[in-house]
Design a protein around this ligand. Structure first.
Ligand code: ATP
Ligand code: MG
Length: 661
């Protein structure tokens, strides 16, 4: 396949773990699947016309496009640039016009058990009212709107109302601090902030408006109004000059509104990356290409049948998965979906499974962190619920350890639902590498193959593709419709970050390997790669080896400075509640797990130290922040933790380490 050999080029990463389990789709699944094998050949034959065809078939255009891809100013792409369309019209109105207004768009489940059913016809009225209200508040096409809301229907309505008037939205996680919010408001120069008095988390009302008030006192000159949804009814401070209640202006507005057709390259939204490895970047996406790939991937990767499926993506709208696979992908495709406001363990640890049983959810899309947490809690919890409606399972956000994959398949998927492990990023806008559920024979732990229409490779330090069996850096070799169009206000940083590492290739920042079949395995962030006695080791493989031990639910591995080996492997593990590890002495756990890693992948990967912890530091999107653990392992002051979901976790870990015995 390639003319490079391991002898002439040093592989970027060592390849340690092997995985032989295989799961072909059932013949019944294959027969009914949306995506068939022929898609690959079709897309390979002519990538741009393949995408043009998807854009025409999946979207309704106000003015049809003639141009497909303009890559003449690479790496700044333009897709379908002479066409015009409106995202909200595509996500809402056209379904109503097609006679599907009665179809449920959102089954909303509040944390406290309150519910709302929003049909497509309801959504059209609500989005139109909000669009009229935003316009009345002075927001015009091209103005930016910051959104700081819990996961309630108004979050979806607000995003669509922005899209309806062509005002790019910038959603900021409800859990972020006033500081993080004000930086994002100012970076995007938002004119309007939409928030709520509060939302429900872990069984209690948690305030949001005070963080907006505080963000504004830090100086946010662009903000003219703060629009406040009443969710919890808690007291809020009020500034008559700026603050307006949603119930006063949106509920009173007309429900008739004509969507503004924008050019395909008009910005749809800005979203800041989660900051796992550094300062968040304001990634922006445009309209036509983004929506095309959102709809195409949602339909094919999840095998969506809009008439019969009930789809549930557990992501918050504060991260990219919530944009593409809660709002735009599913609604463009006319899906019925569940949205849930709260945490998985409120009021009990079976809440998610109860929701699946209640709504007969057939497609579930979640993150490895959630699966590992459920493994930790024990399978008797999901076993109490009827999960037989599930027919496709998805994973996103981190590499999924093979054992977590197997648990997901067996305990949640009844040993039959195909799992799609989907690799993508805020920057890619939509899924890039994933099995197709009716086509691919799946392998636990591998995202496997670029989707039809997508070109990816794994290269070494000199940008040569590694041979099958080799490891290196994941790159994307051809432009794709939903690619980021840049970093808001900073084109140089866009070029530097993604296009300067390798000439003409998009550098994803993730390590990867190709197995003997050429399938891709993600190996974690390049920034997290460890160098132990000259061997470059990935975090993922050692973590997966640890999770393959029956005592371990979750593991995080970092490289800590070491006098003899340069770096040494230090592991942090969470033990499973239903296995025997918790009864053992710390020393016995450490010895057992170190030997297990040596046996699974070899002595070079044996951790110098294994620390049992109760929690790991994670971002709000569930990613482990290894750089903070590295600070702990090297006895340094812990670095910037502002995007951490729960800031007390680092204290807990530090205290646990210094505790005697
Ligand atoms: P920052 O760039 O600031 O660190 P972030 O990368 O965490 O933020 P996202 O864009 O949400 O923000 O995350 C994308 C990253 O998540 C990918 O680069 C990859 O490291 C990881 N990832 C996502 N899905 C998968 C997957 N299926 N397998 C392996 N890794 C994944
Ligand atoms: Mg990133």
């Amino acid at each position: 396949m390639t003319d490079t050999t391991p002898e002439t080029h040093e592989p970027g990463l060592e390849n340690l773990l092997t995985e032989d389990r295989r799961f072909p789709p059932s013949p019944e699944f294959v027969d009914q699947a949306n995506a068939q094998r022929g898609l690959y050949a079709w897309a390979n034959a002519d990538r741009p016309s393949f995408w043009a065809e998807q854009a025409r078939e999946l979207l309704s255009w106000e003015q049809p496009f003639e141009e497909v891809l303009d890559w003449s100013k690479a790496p700044f792409a333009r897709w379908f640039a002479d066409g015009t369309l409106n995202a909200a019209y595509n996500a809402v109105d056209r379904h109503v016009e097609a006679g599907n207004g009665h179809r449920v768009a959102l089954h909303f489940e509040g944390e406290g058990g309150d519910t709302r059913t929003v049909t497509y016809a309801d959504l059209k009225r609500e989005v139109s009212k909000a669009a009229n209200a935003f316009t009345a508040l002075g927001v015009g096409t091209g103005d930016r709107v910051a959104i700081y809301l819990p996961l309630i229907p108004e979050a979806v309505i607000t995003m669509l109302a922005c899209a309806r008037i062509g005002a790019p939205h910038s959603v900021v996680f409800g859990g972020f601090s006033a500081e993080a919010l004000s930086t994002r408001i100012n970076d995007a120069e938002a004119k309007l902030v939409v928030t709520a008095d509060g939302g429900y988390r872990r069984g209690a009302a948690s305030a949001l408006k005070p963080a907006v008030d505080e963000a504004l006192t830090k100086g946010t000159p662009s903000v003219q109004h703060v629009l406040v949804v009443k969710r919890t009814g808690q007291d809020v401070a009020w500034n008559d000059e700026v603050d307006v209640w949603w119930s006063d202006v949106v509920d009173a507005a007309s429900d008739q509104h004509t969507p503004v057709a924008v050019e395909a390259e008009h910005p749809l939204f800005i979203l800041y990356t989660s900051g796992t490895t550094g300062k968040p970047k304001g990634i922006f996406h445009t309209t036509g290409g983004y929506l095309t790939q959102a709809a195409y991937t949602h339909r094919n990767v999840f095998d969506l049948k809009p008439e019969t499926d009930v789809y549930w993506c557990t992501a918050d709208v504060g991260w990219i998965t919530g944009h593409t696979y809660v709002v735009y992908g599913p609604l463009i495709n006319g899906a019925t979906q569940v949205i849930y406001e709260g945490t998985p363990d409120t009021p009990h640890r079976g809440r998610w499974w109860e929701i699946i049983q209640k709504y007969k959810v057939s497609i579930l899309y979640t993150a490895p962190t959630a699966i590992r947490t459920c493994m930790k809690w024990g399978e008797e919890i999901p076993n109490q619920f009827d999960l037989s409606s599930l027919r496709v399972l998805g994973s996103v956000g981190e590499p999924i350890n093979p054992e977590a994959w197997m648990w997901y398949r067996r305990v949640i998927g009844g040993d039959s639902a195909p799992i799609v492990d989907t690799w993508w990023q805020t920057e890619t806008g939509a899924i890039m590498i994933s099995p197709l559920p009716g086509v691919t024979e799946t392998k636990p732990g591998s995202a496997q193959v670029p989707l039809p229409g997508i070109a990816a490779d794994v290269v070494d330090d000199e940008a040569h593709p590694v041979p099958d069996g080799g490891g290196g850096y994941l790159v994307l070799t051809e432009p794709w419709p939903s690619m980021l169009r840049g970093i808001w206000g900073d084109p140089d940083r866009y070029v530097d970050t993604y296009w300067s590492r390798f000439q003409g290739l998009y550098f994803a920042g993730d390590g990867a390997k190709k197995d003997a079949d050429g399938d891709i395995w993600l190996l974690g962030r390049v920034d997290d790669v460890m160098n132990v006695s000259g061997h470059r080791l990935s975090t993922t493989e050692i973590e997966s080896a640890l999770v393959s031990h029956p005592w371990v639910a979750e593991a995080a591995v970092v490289g800590a400075a070491d006098e003899t080996t340069g770096q040494a492997v230090v592991a942090f593990v969470i033990l499973r509640g239903d296995a025997g590890g918790g009864d053992q002495e710390a020393d016995a756990v450490q010895t057992e797990l170190r030997n297990h890693v040596a046996k699974e992948i070899g002595p070079i990967a044996k951790p110098r130290q294994i620390l049992v912890v109760a929690e790991l530091p994670k971002t709000r999107s569930g990613k482990i922040m290894r750089r903070l653990l590295r600070d702990v392992a090297e006895n340094r002051q812990v670095g910037d933790a502002t995007t951490l979901a729960d800031s007390s976790v680092m204290d807990l870990i530090a205290r646990g380490l210094s505790a005697p015995g």
